[in-house]
Design a protein around this ligand. Structure first.
Ligand SMILES: [Mg+2]
Length: 236
């Protein structure tokens, strides 16, 4: 079973809020509340890739240390645990059942490694692959193939679990994964519109939907994804 990282195993917004507070502590001074509020708005509604620039513009800061703010954001390691509460228990349960587990994640490997180091998630899975190191971000098939190679499994016996219809679901289908679960958590960065998912049904191939990882876990067991050690045959 291969998991996406952001908004699948960890709460990306919670992680970013921790970084926002670190930048505010160092740069915002008496404007801390206004800075935090603007940051929360951009974290909630975007634009995420240019968040610092958007905040500087919003607050009208004309002579601020933009590069220092970006460096502070990148370096900040929030103390609060960003993992969803059920993530570690579900990973441990899947391991107990005999599944091979991986994490496949987009975005800069340095920032993703920082999250993995902070959460210790690498100790709960068998492999981590950064798509940018593997030849292309999702939905490109390279990363999906690489994680299967590292796990020593074939795509046809592998399930993908992720929160992004167009990256995780479309990508896993393109790479020939046997099954896919789209997580539609309320309030995450790509929480997923049910209307969009309904409209895309039939266009992106079949997949299951789940509200969280416990619901995903409940969907395993009686189908071809019964793990080795389970009484039913087959095995990932
Ligand atoms: Mg994600």
């Amino acid at each position: 079973v291969v998991f996406d990282l952001d908004d699948t195993l960890i709460d990306h917004k919670k992680w970013m809020i921790g970084k926002l507070e670190a930048v505010a502590d160092r740069f915002a001074g008496e404007q801390r509340d206004a800075f935090i509020l603007a940051g929360l708005e951009f974290i909630d509604q975007g634009p995420l890739p240019t968040l610092i620039d958007a905040m500087i513009e919003r607050l009208g800061w004309t002579s601020t240390d933009r590069d220092g703010m970006i460096e502070c954001w990148r370096d900040a390691r929030p103390a609060a645990d960003p993992c969803f509460f059920e993530a570690r228990p579900v990973l441990r349960e899947l391991h107990r059942r005999g599944y091979r587990l991986g994490i496949l994640t987009d975005n800069p490997p340095v920032s993703q490694q920082q999250k993995i180091d902070a959460t210790g998630l690498d100790s709960l899975v068998d492999a981590v692959v950064f798509t940018r190191d593997a030849g292309g971000e999702k939905p490109s098939p390279e990363g999906f193939r690489r994680i299967c190679e590292v796990l020593d499994v074939s795509p046809s016996e592998t399930m993908m679990v992720g929160d992004d219809l167009f990256r995780d679901v479309v990508g896993a289908h393109g790479a020939g994964f046997a099954a896919i679960t789209l997580l539609m958590r309320p309030g995450t960065c790509r929480s997923g519109s049910p209307a969009v998912a309904d409209a895309a049904a039939g266009l992106v191939g079949s997949y299951a939907r789940a509200c969280d990882l416990r619901e995903m876990l409940e969907g395993l067991g009686s189908d071809q994804f019964a793990a080795s050690g389970n009484e039913t045959a087959g095995g990932v």
